[in-house]
Ligand binder design. Structure first.
Ligand SMILES: Nc1ncnc2c1ncn2[C@@H]1O[C@H](COP(=O)(O)OP(=O)(O)OP(=O)(O)O)[C@@H](O)[C@H]1O
Length: 248
């Protein structure tokens, strides 16, 4: 579903992505881990089209998207959730999901008809909210929702666009233990139905969910393997030394 080949990205003299290659298979949950500053977010930015790499290629679903703009990548099925909250606080949960779908699908709706009553928007929006466990919160104003619920909502806003690949950048950031457990359950329920590339610091989540894990160090993937392979890799342990909190 996704093939990253020899990606390189510099910021001035710093090589944030250094000859990085990895693949995400259809239906696979592939986690990317690594110490702070390893280049995980820079990778996500290049995959979603916010940054262009200096060299290398990104192949998505058989297409070379290396030079494609972010919007065109989203239209071809690359769905991204953001670390920074991107919801409209004064609207309800379902209105936010409907707007995400409206933005994705263009303007094929009759302008004199109240757009947020369109069944073509309402039904898929409700289905996406249910997928992330927010069915009962559909009419709740986002301002009144907890942080964890807003992050679940962001996920629904990506799912409603029916992506082929989900790019998730720290979906558990800032969550309580209980909220993280809820998101782990949701991601487990999505597993297999979507290809997912997950960047996450929560190692319990990563090891519980991932089919395969790539370990990034200084912008380079030093190892890719199953959770068991990564757990027992001497190379990975060595890379994490000096940051014992993160030893897997
Ligand atoms: N826009 C930028 N301009 C200059 N340097 C940048 C920029 N974005 C990232 N960097 C640098 O590139 C390196 C990789 O950063 P990046 O944020 O991708 O790492 P990360 O693995 O996501 O880190 P974290 O786990 O802390 O989120 C870091 O040294 C960072 O300071």
């Amino acid at each position: 579903m996704l093939k990253v080949e020899h990606l390189v990205k510099h910021f001035g003299g710093l090589k944030a992505t250094d000859d990085l290659s990895l693949e995400v298979y259809p239906g696979e949950l592939h986690a990317v881990i690594g110490p702070n500053g390893a280049g995980k977010t820079t990778l996500i930015h290049q995959l979603s089209g916010e940054y262009f790499p200096d060299s290398g290629r990104i192949i998505f679903d058989g297409m070379d998207i290396t030079r494609k703009k972010a919007h065109s990548r989203a239209l071809s099925g690359l769905g991204r959730s953001y670390q920074i909250s991107s919801v409209f606080m004064e609207f309800s949960a379902i209105q936010n999901v409907m707007m995400a779908l409206l933005a994705h699908s263009g303007h094929s709706f009759r302008f004199w008809h109240p757009v947020l009553k369109e069944r073509r928007l309402l039904e898929p929006a409700m289905a996406s909210l249910e997928q992330v466990g927010l069915g009962s919160m559909a009419d709740q104003t986002v301002a009144n929702m907890a942080h964890g619920q807003r992050r679940q909502l962001e996920l629904a806003m990506v799912l409603v666009t029916q992506p082929k690949l989900l790019l998730l950048d720290e979906p558990m950031a800032g969550m309580s233990q209980l909220e993280s457990e809820r998101v782990i359950e949701i991601l487990a329920s999505l597993k297999g139905r979507y290809a997912i590339l997950l960047v996450e610091h929560d190692m319990d989540a990563v090891f519980a969910l991932a089919d395969r894990i790539s370990v990034l160090v200084y912008g380079h993937a030093i190892a890719t393997g199953t959770p068991e392979e990564i757990r027992s890799s001497a190379l990975v342990r060595e890379a994490y030394l000096g940051d014992p909190e993160d030893v897997v």
